[in-house]
Design a protein around this ligand. Structure first.
Ligand SMILES: Cc1cc2nc3c(=O)[nH]c(=O)nc-3n(C[C@H](O)[C@H](O)[C@H](O)COP(=O)(O)O)c2cc1C
Length: 419
């Protein structure tokens, strides 16, 4: 009995070993695989003293040592922040301040990720209205639209009522992104990625459902995307190194009323390309309506969730490489996606929390897919918590739970309150 989803290696597996050159920075990712951003929650957190938050330690370094040996072309950090407050969770990395320990440890993370030749990029984010209540009960957002439902369930106790950012506060936010990018550059990272997917602040600006402004940051698509261009320009100024790569993760589709549309994404990406974005990673969905499952029958046959939308976005973009993340599990689907021209690179998240060197094995033809798992792919919330636990295990120097082994999985699910 095999532990793999499929065992037949595609004849043209070599496609995945091809390098990707980024047009603006000239950097070269040694192959087409990307380790997608996954929150690690392994940094310091102090409830009372914000400046003591976000400092990495040996756990985070250990995790990136493992991914660094995994054979990826591009490794993304988990969401990382340019201030102490607007976090996705306790324990997020924060690139602010001048403590030697913070800087030295971030340098070690970057060095570990790059040790075997992968590019390493820091994902920069701002939680906006998705900051948990116990981190900040008074969050900010593009407008004052509260997050009160997740997949139909009431979550109003989990997230506070946001206030609309003033124009001055938007300028400060832009500045925080730029300063964090400069910090990332100092650590030896090859670039930064703006997190404009999954309903975080930048996605809140893009979607009409969460952006009700009637100033220069609301209304038309040009206005709703203005902050993206201001951040891009501010980073270009703050980091004058031409080899520093600036990418973006952006929603190709949101499956809700007033959500960001694929055609809007195409138009924003076309303008971002002109403004100097180096590469694009497509994802989809928000906390309100998760996108990490097949929402339409038409997407199922290509395995990845967003390829259909990638084709629309591709039509507006000339040279910038596009990665698609979400749902890829077999070499066959990855090779087909690249050969069809829908994307140039393939992102992997959940499978590489259990198998850190999956790309190495796929590219060498040793395996044809990710491992099977008893965690249903359709249950993202369970997968997400299991993955976080696996990342913490690797951080402690342990082996990650084998989720195909019920005798290992059940105790973990119990511990997480999921069984
Ligand atoms: C544990 C976990 C943490 C995640 N954290 C982030 C994050 O920090 N930033 C981000 O853009 N996406 C995050 N994601 C989403 C993944 O990057 C990816 O888009 C999603 O899991 C779909 O890919 P997959 O089907 O290969 O898992 C996270 C996913 C998981 C499972």
């Amino acid at each position: 009995m095999t532990d793999r989803l499929v065992t037949e290696v595609p004849k043209d597996i070599g496609v995945l070993s091809e390098s990707i050159k980024y047009p603006k920075s000239g950097l070269v990712a040694p192959n087409r695989t990307l380790k997608a951003a996954m929150t690690e929650r392994l940094c310091s957190y102090d409830a009372d003293e914000p400046t003591k938050r976000g400092i990495p330690g040996p756990e985070l370094i250990r995790v990136y040592e493992e991914w660094g040996k995994g054979g990826f072309g591009l490794i993304l950090s988990g969401n990382t922040f340019g201030d102490y407050i607007n976090l996705e969770a306790k324990g997020n990395p924060i690139m602010v301040g001048d403590e030697p320990e913070r800087l030295e440890n971030f340098k070690k993370v970057a060095a570990a990720a790059k040790a075997e030749g992968a590019l390493y990029v820091v994902q920069l984010s701002h939680g906006g209205r998705q900051v948990p209540y116990d981190v900040n009960p008074n969050p900010v957002s593009s407008s004052d639209v509260r997050l009160d439902k997740m997949s139909g369930n009431d979550v109003s106790a989990n997230f506070g009522q946001p206030t609309q950012l003033t124009v001055d506060e938007i300028k400060k936010t832009v500045d925080n992104f730029a300063k964090a990018a400069a910090y990332a550059h100092k650590t030896g990272a090859d670039g930064v990625q703006l997190h404009s997917a999954h309903g975080y602040l930048l996605a809140q600006f893009l979607a009409s459902s969460t952006n009700k402004r009637n100033d220069q940051y609301g209304g038309s698509l040009e206005n709703r995307s203005r902050i993206h261009f201001e951040i891009l320009e501010a980073i270009q100024k703050a980091v004058p190194d031409p080899k520093f790569s600036i990418g973006i993760k952006i929603n190709s589709a949101e499956f809700q009323q007033g959500g960001f549309q694929p055609e809007e994404c195409r138009d924003v990406c076309a303008r971002l390309e002109k403004a100097g974005i180096d590469w694009i990673e497509l994802s989809g969905g928000t906390y309100e309506e998760l996108g990490f499952s097949h929402k339409r029958d038409s997407t199922k046959k290509r395995e990845a969730f967003f390829l259909e939308f990638a084709d629309i976005i591709r039509s507006g973009v000339k040279d910038v490489p596009i990665y698609v993340t979400g749902g890829f599990r077999t070499a066959n689907a990855m090779v087909d996606a690249v050969k069809s021209g829908s994307c140039q690179g393939v992102g992997l998240a959940r499978p590489v929390c259990e198998e850190y060197d999956l790309p190495k094995k796929l590219l060498s033809g040793k395996v044809a897919s990710a491992r099977k798992t008893l965690v249903p792919d359709s249950n993202f919330m369970m997968g997400n918590q299991v993955c976080c636990a696996q990342i913490a295990q690797v951080g402690r120097g342990e082996k990650p739970t084998d989720t195909l082994d019920d005798s290992q999985l059940q105790p973990l699910l119990k511990q997480l309150g999921l069984a």
